[in-house]
Design a protein around this ligand. Structure first.
Ligand code: PMP
Length: 358
């Protein structure tokens, strides 16, 4: 494999075969003589894309029949607002488990709408750790508990997704959506910007249980109502056609590759290669996350000496490694190892880390 090795955190690496197919269809989609970018979103050809995208998501994630899959705009960030606007009714409280900056942002939007309770926070401890059940204190009868399944910036992940018997869960799965199997029946709502594991920027996938669609207040702006989006099969207004199309191709690629169980195995093996390079460095590289909370998607670490860290990042850049700088809010090194990143890229990174340490 030749560089560049694309470790971008999102938008991120996409399967080459998907890009090649998109390239072909960019000029002539399904023999229409027109580009996928030129056809109507109300055409049969495009409706088939949305229908297949929903069907593939349902198949890959074994989504039960009483859920809908929507493709919306506004990113995961708009979901931070839409979730409380639709579901945090007056007189109720929503609980938030804070595991990083994105959960903080979700909480901040909920607080604008109604009453929110912090059920656990890893902030003081530098977001190194996913809380254990004993560290989570839910309020009395919350309308939902919100979690962030993978923390893109800090590099932590719920390895075993939690269950809160009797309390509906809303999950932001932006950075591990479609990277592993999930028991969807445990959730009322799952949302994810697709630009990491599952497509380009522009489409947000929302998986939502039917009975929750019935709760959306009719007084909300139409574009913010899940029920309207569901009733119109994500085609209430002009949807992000190209992003949905590419995501559909990525899901076909995931299915052809053996599905999410297989993808989870591959992702774990890729991450292990890089974590082994950290753990075998005798303290030269220091992982940010506690071992039990480590993310399989975003591997965050420091080089023990700050000057050396700058040197390492410069060397990596010169050798064709892209996107290894940690998020601007935390610094350090971050290797994002999403679905489409080949194992060879992780091997090359681990090799570079060993070589640099000397
Ligand atoms: N949640 C998580 C976990 C993320 O990683 C991100 C983006 N990096 C967001 C939310 C925000 O997503 P968007 O940019 O699509 O609004």
């Amino acid at each position: 494999m030749q560089p560049p090795y694309n470790f971008n955190a999102g938008p991120a690496v996409l399967p080459k075969s998907v890009l090649e197919e998109a390239q072909r269809n960019l000029l002539d989609f399904n023999g229409t003589g027109m580009s996928i970018l030129e056809i109507s979103h109300r055409s049969k050809d495009f409706e088939a894309v949305v229908t297949e995208a929903e069907a593939l998501a349902k198949e890959l994630l074994s989504i039960p029949d009483n859920y809908r899959v929507l493709f919306l705009q506004g990113g995961a960030s708009l979901q931070f607002s839409m979730v409380p606007m639709n579901f945090l009714a007056e007189g109720r409280t929503a609980d938030y488990v804070l595991t990083g900056s994105w959960s903080e942002k979700a909480l901040a939007e909920a607080e604008k709408t109604g009453s929110a309770h912090v059920a656990a926070s890893g902030k003081v401890a530098g977001y190194k750790h996913i809380p254990t059940p004993a560290e989570i204190a839910l309020s009395d009868d919350p309308v939902y508990v919100h979690i962030t399944s993978n923390n893109t910036i800090y590099g932590t992940q719920w390895r075993d997704l939690p269950a809160f018997p009797g309390t509906p869960i809303v999950a932001d799965m932006s950075s591990d959506m479609l990277s592993r199997p999930v028991n969807v029946a445990d959730y009322a709502v799952i949302y994810a910007g697709l630009q990491k594991n599952a497509g380009p920027a522009g489409a947000t996938m929302v998986i939502i249980r039917d009975d929750w669609l019935e709760r959306c207040p009719k007084t909300l702006p139409t574009m913010l109502r899940y029920d309207v989006m569901a009733k119109n099969n994500s085609l209430y207004n002009t949807p992000p056609v190209f992003a949905i199309y590419i995501s559909m191709l990525v899901m076909r690629w995931l299915k052809a590759g053996g599905g999410l169980g297989e993808m989870a195995k591959r992702n774990a093996a890729k991450a292990r290669i890089v974590y082994d390079a950290i753990d075998g460095s005798g303290g030269f590289y220091v992982g940010h996350a506690e071992p039990g909370s480590r993310s399989v998607m975003n591997i965050t670490f420091r080089v023990s000496d700050e000057e050396k860290e700058k040197e390492f990042l410069a060397l990596a850049k010169a050798k064709g490694f892209v996107g290894l700088n940690g998020h601007r809010s935390v610094g350090g090194v971050r290797a994002s190892t999403y679905n489409a990143l080949p194992v060879e890229a992780c091997e090359a990174l681990a090799g570079l880390m060993r070589e640099f340490r000397g």
